[in-house]
Write a protein that binds this ligand. Structure first.
Ligand SMILES: Nc1ncnc2c1ncn2[C@@H]1O[C@H](COP(=O)(O)OP(=O)(O)OP(=O)(O)O)[C@@H](O)[C@H]1O
Length: 701
């Protein structure tokens, strides 16, 4: 038999097994479907028990159904041949036959661990590891690793050159794919690490940190579903583009109950998509912002009354600025502003009563005084104007006017100007979201009615007032208690500012964490400050560190250049080892100013022709508008072409990358060299730089 015939015979044999598994999966799908239907029928019986039972049944069956549907494609992807002759099939989810015998082992089960951990040096009982490549339900190829030749039966066939290299050479599309069939040993160790404390996954670009972290989320859900599904798993990445890039990985592993949020979307109701300019971004991210926000949340609001005069019987009662400041201090001494909101009317009333001295008034007593006061619209209007509930977003909007006065010299003129300019649009940038979140917590929410003090004059809690609250949609008045998760997974963590760490820390106070990052790729300029904030966010949780060492993304030719840039960007950077050579070295074009756009256009065309998958044109932010205008036709014609800035390429990858004006990317921010390093490490196959200057090349050895 020729090797092609042998491979075809092996594929046919595997197809027969795979068909049996799909047959069984279809039966399970029907059962789950009928359980959903039956569950709904039970609900119609009408008693409470029926409804509870229905909810539980429908919930379980629906979850099973969505897992079955999601894991459908490429369901069976692996086979282990063990010493002694057992063949064990590994899949995206577990499947049993009608007699409850295992047909397919879930990749996360202990029985599947060997699939990832066995090596030729240490085969641990595995003779042959086989990866099945499928298209839908059809097996289209097999790739084998013979791990233990000595114990292999004579007739054992070994096909292909290894699954990993085959999978690395595929063309990239717009979304990340699961690598469940080819997870490598060091990656598997990080995926299966215990869930306690914080698991920190480091390593150079393209080493699989993101994909490993996502498989880890699926693994954790499998091992402790009750805890992680009810407590929630939050996955945070740098941008919404990145979140759409990774969004399919978990569903393809049968997991749909995970919350994916970009850094601009972590706070409910606030969706930010754009980054600030570097100076404003660095200022807003700094922990120097914290005292400013504290002062903002506790100081008098602009426009609020500064005194109150009340005539009662023979007395003139006066609350001047000093007295009001005293009441304010008392109210804020142990409660955030909005939580103190129900106590404000009583505090004002008390301060007024203390001034009462007239005989007629004293005769009537405090009760009589309060009766009259709290039904008097002047008092009601005053308290409403002096201590209204404050919404975090509304308060954030006052920052441009107030930051100068509240900063107390902590920011330079340049920083203040950059922030004020950024706020002029009124639209929050990604860097504003942690500030709004900080304000939410500093202000607190208005407690629900039943938690309010009994000594609050009821008139102020009138129906009319509550209606007004709803009308104003005061978001800070909604609960902040449900921000917490059972597991928080942070990708590209090297870029988190101190203020962003604080925002995530509040969501992971009782959580275990997975933190993924590579310092060399950091665009945050003050590493020490961010590190302190990270440590504070983890609040002493035990850290387990893993380092991934092999770059699976870039060709070795591209990574060699990137590694030289890394030496300039961050001496001592954690460099990975690239495993794939393509024979295509990066190219550098040096052109005159007037020829730049033509050259970029021509290069984009060449790339679109030469690669099957995605192409990115990456430039400094200031260059994007003219590039987008010039490439508008091509962008309309090709979904796979993108024009973006360096920061927005974080975490992504493309088959071909055209880097426009590297010197401008480097000059754009303090972290310019590191951003340039990130950009270079996005290309899987082809890389070209086009520039009117080439100063950077002379710095790179
Ligand atoms: N075991 C593997 N088998 C097949 N492909 C893999 C494997 N590990 C990683 N890859 C692929 O390598 C590429 C890089 O992975 P990933 O984006 O997770 O790396 P990263 O370390 O997060 O990179 P960066 O830090 O540069 O953003 C992806 O296309 C991923 O699918």
């Amino acid at each position: 038999m020729s090797s092609e015939q042998q491979a075809a015979a092996e594929i046919a044999a595997e197809q027969a097994y795979v068909d049996v598994v799909y047959g069984r999966l279809d039966e399970s799908t029907k059962v789950a479907q009928s359980l959903v239907t039956e569950g709904f029928a039970r609900g119609h019986v009408g008693n409470e028990g029926g409804l509870v039972e229905r909810d539980a049944m429908v919930f379980q069956a629906t979850r099973r159904l969505s897992a079955l549907n999601a894991a459908h494609d490429g369901l069976v992807f692996g086979r282990l041949d063990l010493q002694g002759g057992e063949a064990r099939y590994i899949g995206r989810i577990g499947v049993r036959d009608a007699e409850r015998e295992i047909l397919l082992v879930d990749w996360r089960a202990p029985a599947a661990a060997l699939f990832y951990q066995a090596t030729a040096q240490d085969p641990t009982g595995v003779v042959r590891r086989r990866v099945l490549r499928s298209s839908g339900k059809t097996v289209v190829g097999v790739e084998d690793d013979l791990l233990d030749a000595e114990n292999a039966p004579e007739d054992m066939v070994v096909v292909g050159e290894g699954a990993l290299l085959a999978s690395l050479s595929r063309a990239r599309d717009s979304t990340m794919h699961s690598v469940v069939a080819t997870i490598q040993k060091e990656q598997d160790e990080a995926i299966r690490a215990p869930s306690r404390g914080a698991t920190i996954i480091g390593g150079g670009p393209g080493t699989g940190k993101t994909v490993v972290a996502l498989h880890r989320a699926a693994y954790l859900l499998y091992t402790d579903r009750r805890r992680f599904e009810s407590g929630g798993v939050l996955v945070v990445g740098p941008s919404s583009v990145f979140m759409s890039y990774i969004e399919r990985v978990l569903p393809s592993l049968g997991e749909t109950a995970v919350t994916l949020r970009s850094l601009g979307e972590v706070v409910d109701g606030v969706g930010a998509r754009e980054h600030d300019e570097p100076v404003a971004a660095a200022a807003k991210g700094s922990s120097r912002m914290l005292p400013v926000l504290r002062r903002l949340a506790t100081s008098p609001q602009p426009g609020e009354p500064t005194s109150f005069r009340y005539f009662y019987k023979d007395d003139v009662l006066v609350l001047d600025a000093k007295k009001l400041a005293n009441i304010r201090r008392g109210l804020l001494s142990n409660l955030p502003r909005n939580r103190a909101y129900p106590k404000a009317p009583a505090a004002v009333a008390r301060a007024l009563w203390q001034q009462v001295s007239g005989e007629r008034a004293l005769e009537k007593g405090e009760e009589g005084f309060l009766d009259e006061l709290t039904t008097d619209h002047r008092y009601v209007d005053f308290v409403e104007a002096w201590w209204p509930p404050v919404d975090a977003v509304e308060l954030w909007r006052t920052l441009p006017k107030r930051v100068g006065e509240l900063a107390n010299g902590a920011f330079s003129r340049e920083e203040l100007d950059a922030m004020v300019t950024s706020w002029s649009s009124g639209v929050p940038a990604i860097e504003d979201v942690p500030l709004i979140d900080e304000l939410r917590y500093l202000l607190g929410e208005v407690p629900p009615d039943d938690e309010r003090d009994d000594d609050v004059p009821r008139q102020l809690m009138s129906f009319e007032r509550r209606e007004r609250e709803v009308e104003n949609e005061l978001r800070s008045t909604t609960s902040i208690d449900d921000d917490g998760y059972a597991h928080v997974l942070v990708d590209e963590a090297q870029d988190l500012s101190p203020m962003q760490w604080r925002m995530l820390g509040r969501r992971g106070r009782y959580a275990s964490w997975t933190i993924v990052g590579d310092l060399a790729q950091s665009s945050w300029p003050h590493a020490d400050e961010a590190e302190q904030a990270r440590v504070a966010a983890l609040e002493g949780k035990v850290e387990h560190r893993f380092r991934l060492s092999t770059n699976y993304r870039n060709s070795a030719e591209i990574y060699d250049l990137a590694a030289d840039v890394a030496q300039v960007a961050i001496p001592g950077a954690d460099l990975a080892e690239a495993v794939r050579r393509t024979g295509e070295a990066p190219r550098h074009e040096w052109v005159a100013d007037a020829a730049l756009l033509d050259a970029v256009e021509a290069e984009a065309d060449t790339m679109l022709e030469r690669v099957e998958g995605t192409v990115a044109v990456v430039a400094a932010r200031a260059d994007l508008p003219r590039l987008r205008a010039r490439l508008a036709d091509r962008l309309a014609a090709h979904d796979r072409l993108r024009v973006l800035d360096g920061l927005d390429t974080k975490g992504l990858e493309f088959d071909a990358v055209v880097v426009v004006e590297p010197d401008a990317i480097i000059a754009e921010s303090e972290a310019g060299w590191r951003t340039f390093y990130v950009v270079l490490t996005r290309a899987t196959q082809l890389l070209t730089t086009v520039g009117t200057t080439q100063t950077w090349l002379s710095r790179v050895s």
